[in-house]
Ligand binder design. Structure first.
Ligand code: FAD
Ligand code: NAI
Length: 462
């Protein structure tokens, strides 16, 4: 039995970042992980593998659609799926081994196995019971199943199965037009799969600025994905290598059936806290299975904290990381703060979609007076040169004070561009502050500046 200042259960972006921060702050730290490799959902079966496949399939799309126009002639590359998967696995390994290296460097002990908390101050891993003054639960999330639909991870899959299909399917039905459905739907669509997305609501990507969501749907449709909206899935019947999806259209209750080689169920994720023993400890949970925490990530049981996908808030790696750092700093006696108003969200399709802060819809709900500055990538020289002129930047600013309240970008490198607006918001900047900041030419970031200019006397290139 070993004794620690902090034991963290789970080594995803929340857990591993928290462990490193604890160690940096002089706390004797261990991290429990039951998987064979560190890094959690994100590095093993989430952010990283999906981005590797998005990158590879985008390269193919570029070769097929834009190379000839630039004078790069010849046959488009053919797809070696096995090799693409092994590239993806190599990327995963590089990243997960990187965390192992960081643990060694920072003297964080990796306690291998599944952990539980037999009582406050103790963590059990296998037959060993370790003592810890503080325990941080960072056990993440799992795909939430649809009632009556059996996942076999071969024909009816979650994102995990979709990241390692035996072959590229001819037809795929994606249930849920959220982030996972659209990212992985895009991957397979680019690789030649006919992809139909079936969504319960009347629009895609709920919660996203509605104007951006409409543009996004149009662009994805142009790329070959098809959408059936307002459809309540009734059942998925699968045999060895085919499936039948039956849904009812909500508008007229008519029933329809579609066939697929693979069905991807991407209807959200739920916190994973199985086997920890939280109920016996009396840890308060929400009715959605999230661990309840206060502003310092403490649960109602002294010495037990929780962060990341296992608690409330957006299920994003960077949100988990920020909470992991803040929990560590709080335990070490500092006074950290996570600004939940400035957490960006990014969808890594092509074009990318990124957002931060309020949408027009939330501002209207709040009855706030706002102005909109918009700029199309059509007016951006770099974007035109790079076949990336689809999309626009939209900045929402307070009508009276000009303070930036939110921003939405659909376009090239949107996921990187959003961060200058995040920093501006963190500093309480006005749109004019961005507009008066010199931006290098020719860069995509000029479109952000132009949108900020459009909040004032007008953009130059529109
Ligand atoms: P997790 O990453 O889920 O890690 C929890 C870890 O705890 C797991 O490794 C698990 O094995 C371990 N664990 C659980 N219980 C125990 C136990 N009792 N004992 C020991 N170990 C335990 N987010 C983004 O921000 N950007 C993206 O691009 C992105 N892409 C995604 C793509 C996909 C396909 C998926 C599924 C998710 C994606 N996400 C993305 C979401 C992101 O992965 C999560 O928000 C993030 O991983 C949450 O981090 P976490 O540390 O809370 O938990
Ligand atoms: P999601 O919440 O993004 O989307 C789920 C979609 O499924 C919604 O549009 C919802 O209306 C729909 N839906 C729910 N039930 C349905 C039903 N019965 N029939 C048809 N449609 C139904 O969830 P998703 O895509 O599974 O992703 C889970 C989490 O993973 C998200 O919270 C996201 O934050 C995270 N993630 C983040 C990524 C990123 O940051 N780029 C990438 C992938 C995942």
């Amino acid at each position: 039995m070993a004794s620690y200042d902090v034991i963290i259960i789970g080594s995803g972006p929340g857990g591993y970042v928290s462990a490193i921060r604890c160690a940096q702050l002089g706390l004797k730290t261990a991290c429990v992980e039951g998987r064979k490799t560190l890094g959690g959902t994100c590095l093993n079966v989430g952010c990283i593998p999906s981005k590797a496949l998005l990158h590879a399939s985008h390269q193919l799309h570029e070769a097929e659609h834009n190379f000839a126009e630039m004078g790069l002639k010849g046959k488009s590359p053919s797809v070696d799926w096995k090799q693409m998967l092994s590239y993806k696995d190599k990327v995963i390994a590089q990243n997960t081994q990187g965390i192992e290296f960081l643990f060694k460097k920072n003297k964080v002990d990796w306690l291998k196995g599944w952990g539980s908390i037999p009582e406050a101050g103790k963590v059990k891993v296998g037959d060993d019971v370790h003592e810890a003054k503080h325990i941080i639960v960072a056990t993440g999330s799992e795909a939430s199943a649809l009632p009556g639909i059996e996942i076999d991870e071969k024909v009816v899959v979650t994102s995990t199965g979709a990241l390692e299909l035996g072959k590229i399917p001819k037809r795929m039905v994606v249930i849920g037009a959220g982030v996972i459905g659209l990212e992985l739907g895009s991957v397979y669509s680019r690789l030649g799969t006919e992809v139909e997305v079936v969504e319960f609501l009347d629009g895609i990507t709920p919660g996203m600025d509605a104007e951006i969501a409409r543009t996004f749907q149009k662009l994805l449709t142009k790329q070959g994905l098809s959408f059936t909206l307002g459809a309540a899935v009734q059942s998925v019947e699968a045999n060895k290598n085919k499936a039948k999806v039956t849904y009812k259209l909500r508008k007229d209750d008519s029933e329809h059936t579609v066939d697929a080689d693979v069905v991807l169920v991407a209807t959200g994720r739920k916190p994973y806290t199985d086997g920890l023993g939280l109920e016996a400890l009396g840890v308060d949970m929400t009715d959605r299975g999230q661990i309840k925490t206060d502003g310092h990530y403490a649960t109602n049981v002294k010495g037990i904290y929780a962060i990341g996908d296992a608690i409330s808030g957006p299920m994003l790696a960077h949100k988990a990381e920020d909470e992991g750092m803040a929990a560590a700093e709080g335990i070490a006696g500092q006074h950290p703060h996570v600004n939940y108003g400035v957490i960006p969200g990014v969808i890594y399709t092509h074009p990318e979609v990124a957002n931060v802060g309020e949408t027009e819809e939330t501002l209207k709900e709040q009855g706030r007076a706002y102005k909109v500055g918009k700029f199309s990538f059509m007016g951006n020289g770099r974007a035109k040169a790079n076949f990336a002129a689809d999309g626009f930047v939209k900045i929402l600013a307070d009508k009276d004070t000009d303070r930036i309240l939110g921003a939405h970008i659909i376009g090239p490198m949107a996921g990187d561009l959003i961060h200058e607006i995040c920093v501006a918001m963190e500093f309480g900047a006005a749109a004019e502050d961005l507009a008066r900041t010199c931006h290098a030419h020719p860069t995509y970031s000029e479109a952000v500046r132009e949108a900020a200019l459009a909040c004032g006397d007008g953009a130059i290139h529109s």
